[in-house]
Design a binder for this molecule. Sequence first.
Ligand code: NAD
Length: 480
Amino acid sequence: MSTLDRYYNYIDGAWKGADHWLVVSDPATDEPYAEIAEAGIEDADAAMAAARRCVDDGSLSAVRPAQRVTWLLAIAEEIKALTDAAALVLCRENGKSLEVARGEFEEAARYFEYYAGMADKIEGTSIPLGDDYVDFTSYEPMGVSVQIVPWNFPPSICARSLAPALAAGNAVVIKSPEISPLAMTFLMTACERAGLPKGAVNLLCGKGSVIGSHLVKHRDANQIVFTGSVPTGQRILRDAAERATPSVMELGGKSAAIVHADADIEQVIDSVKAGIFFNAGQVCSAMSRLLVHRSRYDEVVARAREMAEGLSIGPGVDNPELTPLVSRSQLEQVEAMCHRAIEAGATCVTGGERVSGSSGYFMQPTLFADVAVDSEIFQEEVFGPVLVIHPFDSEDEAVELANGTEFGLVAGVFDTRLDRALRTARRLRGGQVFINEWFAGGVETPFGGVGLSGFGREKGQEALYSYVQTRNIAVRVKGE
Ligand code: NAD
């Protein structure tokens, strides 16, 4: 038997092993770190049955909403208590820095607190139809919410969907990613300790093409919440179409920041550092294109290069500024994309290769210039520490370049002239636009995409309404 630490699936309030175990490696060293039970079809069916039972017996939806407030607040407290241990596991399995891993659990706790505040305020409306009728609408839970999570921020993305789903009274079956599934199990521990009814939350780790697909097509799935890549999202939408299962799609991006001539360049460089090097660029809303007014272009390229070349690189446990990518295959894909960009004629200002002499999955911080706007590196998501910098001459041109991909997740504008910044922001395609700070916003601000970046919104008050369906009851009250 293996000597690695073992992690389990959580089904109907119990921890469950398996015949087959998936080995999770440490991205900083390429050494096996731990293993997790691989869920099969029977496990998926058991989780769906438990969730269905919970929906049917009303153990989440029929209670007084104040009870759900109590559960959600208790989950938040339990997450906080588990953060030290959980963040270390996340850092070791995912490669991210310990500080970022801690931040992820803090954010996860915040989602539960935030939606606890809404769980007893999901109020319907009364519609006047004259004295002979009483008519009202209510917001009912969807039922069983199937939630499929990617590997880049597993606990916080899990909490982002789980907390509003529970607040609204849904039961949930979560499919964790095959890569980096371990730390999410701490959220189940928190739910268990908070006294959530059995079956209300279930967590399965297994192959997307096997149990992910099975869950999506399951007759008991009343909703699919998918966060991940465009091709998988498209596949899931086709599968969900079989039963017309409502879906939320949080997909990829190729987001651009526009730097106007009067921008504060210190602000820009700070935001570039966070925007593309945070979490090694493995962020759906990463700043992957920087469009700079020609009058400031050379200055910005030089400053960005200086910043990128000065970044500390190392294992997440040391809290460097740049951490490894999550897997060998991710490193190979990012590096190959950089090589193709150079072959297509782009100038590699810095980086463009993996960090040599390490067994970990480290990619150099990379900047590209002189890129053709129809080239792969300008149009497609890299999901690594790779930024394209491109000049523009007019506001119209900047907007056209920013909006000129199939994606539309977030965008940004940098300008000390707020009138122009706001005007530009209103013209940008995407669910969220940052002005003068990339990643401004938080748990409270709605987030989601247009175009290939998906549809539906997570975060903020608005997301709660992704987890309910409207019911209208029309009553004739007159006797005869
Ligand atoms: P991915 O699409 O490869 O996998 C995501 C999840 O889908 C995994 O759990 C996987 O097992 C599962 N899956 C795979 N095939 C499936 C199928 N046929 N049916 C059901 N489930 C299936 O994505 P990834 O590589 O884990 O994550 C990176 C991608 O996620 C990037 O494109 C990134 O932009 C995107 N992302 C988007 C957001 C957002 O909020 N918009 C947030 C984070 C990541």
